[in-house]
Design a protein around this ligand. Structure first.
Ligand SMILES: C[S@@+](CC[C@H](N)C(=O)[O-])C[C@H]1O[C@@H](n2cnc3c(N)ncnc32)[C@H](O)[C@@H]1O
Length: 296
């Protein structure tokens, strides 16, 4: 990789980084899906600039220190195949900035879109009082839910104490600690008798075959956030069998299962999974009502 000699402005750095990425064997799956967007993300946020800056800022000359720093960031992305979110300790979800490091998965769930729409038309937002996020990781979903449903309390569980430490940091950053309870729990094990209007889960769901073929970028993520047995359904199976007992009668369960969608449909033909559509990409997210879960 050549050093960026004639590269002086943020915009020139973006184009240079894009070219370096294109010439390298990188995988995009942590918030962007192409070299240009990845370069914009790394360079602008590396400089602490907003994504909505104007031409003057994009074309300003950078100091030698800033240029050396950006050079190092680009090298880190390429040489270590490290996701940008871990390089910058920052990921974006629902338009919110979250602290992340290798203790938590990089937030990227399409569930963000549902939160933006307050789960319309499946729930009446004014009636949502209790929400549960299972496998909360950085707490990106739990915090976005707390901010979208201002009158609700949110419980968020994770089996990983490391992840819960990151979740706690994000909860303070977004000022929701008074309505967000972080609980260490293996799924529902340590929960009390509270029933929820919405249970949301983005559990680990990668099957054994996919685990063996993960691009290097994903090897930096905690395995406990990805791995879910031979068919990817280890946790989803448990969620299906236990969730009814924690939902209100009008409640809903929303779970992301990604590629394990087909194995799931095959194993539970009696369940009328509603597979949700996303305008901005993503699939493998189902919704079931409390009533539909009775079929189990
Ligand atoms: C796919 S990550 C999702 C993180 C976050 N909700 C997000 O969307 O970015 C799954 C999370 O589930 C947690 N987890 C794994 N097994 C669990 C279990 N048995 N009970 C609770 N949480 C679990 C992992 O530690 C990880 O944080």
């Amino acid at each position: 990789m050549k050093s960026p000699e004639e590269v002086n402005t943020p915009y020139q750095f973006i184009l240079w980084a894009e070219k370096c990425f294109d010439e390298s064997d990188l995988f995009y799956g942590h918030g962007t899906d192409n070299a240009y967007d990845e370069a914009v993300y790394l360079i602008l946020r590396g400089l602490g600039l907003s994504f909505e800056l104007d031409d003057t800022e994009l074309n300003q000359s950078l100091s030698k220190e800033a240029k050396d720093y950006l050079d190092a960031l680009v090298r880190q992305r390429i040489e270590q195949c490290l996701p940008v979110a871990y390089i910058l300790n920052e990921a974006w979800f629902c338009g919110l900035s979250f602290y992340v490091d290798e203790r938590v998965l990089v937030p990227r769930s399409p569930i963000a879109e549902l939160i933006g729409e307050k789960f319309s038309p499946w729930v009446n937002a004014n009636e949502v009082k209790h929400i549960l996020d299972v496998g909360t990781g950085s707490a990106c979903i739990a915090i976005a839910m707390a901010l979208a449903f201002e009158d609700a309390t949110v419980d968020a569980v994770d089996i990983s104490t490391d992840a819960l430490a990151v979740a706690d940091e994000n909860s303070r950053r977004h000022g929701v600690s008074d309505r967000l309870r972080l609980i260490r729990s293996d799924l529902y094990e340590n929960l009390d008798k509270q029933r929820y209007d919405i249970i949301i889960a983005n559990p680990p769901y990668v099957d054994a075959e996919d685990m063996q073929n993960l691009p290097e970028e994903y090897q930096h993520e905690p395995r406990i956030g990805l791995e879910a047995g031979e068919d990817g359904l280890r946790l989803v199976r448990e969620l299906l069998s236990q969730s009814r007992n924690h939902l209100n009668d009008e409640g809903i369960l929303i779970v992301e299962v990604g590629n394990s969608q087909h194995a799931l449909i095959e194993e539970f033909p009696q369940l009328p999974f509603m597979w949700l559509d996303f305008e901005h990409g993503g699939d493998g997210v189902f919704l079931l009502t409390a009533e539909q879960l009775e079929a189990l």
